[in-house]
Design a protein around this ligand. Sequence first.
Ligand code: SF4
Ligand code: SF4
Ligand code: SF4
Length: 276
Amino acid sequence: MEKNKKRWLIPAFIWTVFEAIAVTLWLAKDNLFYLLNFSYIGTAIALGLWLFSLKYKYARRVVQLLVGLYMLIYLGAICNENMQIEGFWYYLFTGVFEAATIHYAVAKIFGPLVFGRGWCGYACWTAMVLDFLPYKTPTNPRKKIGFIRYITFGLSFLFVAALFLANVGNLEHMMFWSFLIGNILYYAVGIILAFAFQDNRTFCKYICPITVFLKPMSYFALLRIRCDKEKCVSCGKCKSVCPMDVDITDNSRKRKNGTECIFCMDCVRSCPKNAL
Ligand code: SF4
Ligand code: SF4
Ligand code: SF4
């Protein structure tokens, strides 16, 4: 009975958080889209967490595909919403608190205060593809090239600022094309780097500009994986399967690569002592 209760608790909590966001935005913006959009995403994530509690091996991948394809194909390609970081800058400059700005506020700026890098494990359409590649667990130590993310972040800002300064016409159209080209570029660079570094998540670790928001915010995340020191026998299995090199047995906020955890749950699944 207690086990059944636990099984429902986290999915129900996450679903409630998303429903609260969905209803708040629906009423505040008087737009039914927000209710449907966030309800869909929240339900998909809650479903994945529930499947995980049933020990279904591909639970996370199901959510990644449900949310990632919805955002990439429906919102991006069909509805012409640029959810890439350029779209965020664009809507910010135009002073419109819609689409990409709301998406960033919820998924990538304030949301991580609750669910950390959950976006990266369950919703990102770039990682949705990268996670199909063969190098699920890194074999080499981390490189000290994380500064590249600040360059890509700055370039994305400069690109949109230059469009505004140059008074380029039909910016909406431009944003649609930058979404398509940007995504193709992300996939190409991400796939090449994954093979070069033999690590599917190389793009996430060093290049992705969105981590400039995600990392500092997820430092304070409410939801975190903790290690029960009483049960842990220091076998190191959890660290050996982690795609993001997180020192998950350290419970402090300063744990090594702590702001990189994407909640993939591979460590939890692999722990022989149920210590996580
Ligand atoms: S780090 Fe960037 S590319 Fe990787 S999953 Fe997160 S948002 Fe997506
Ligand atoms: S796998 Fe479990 S027992 Fe082994 S080090 Fe990690 S938390 Fe401890
Ligand atoms: S294996 Fe564990 S610590 Fe590593 S990213 Fe996945 S959930 Fe986080």
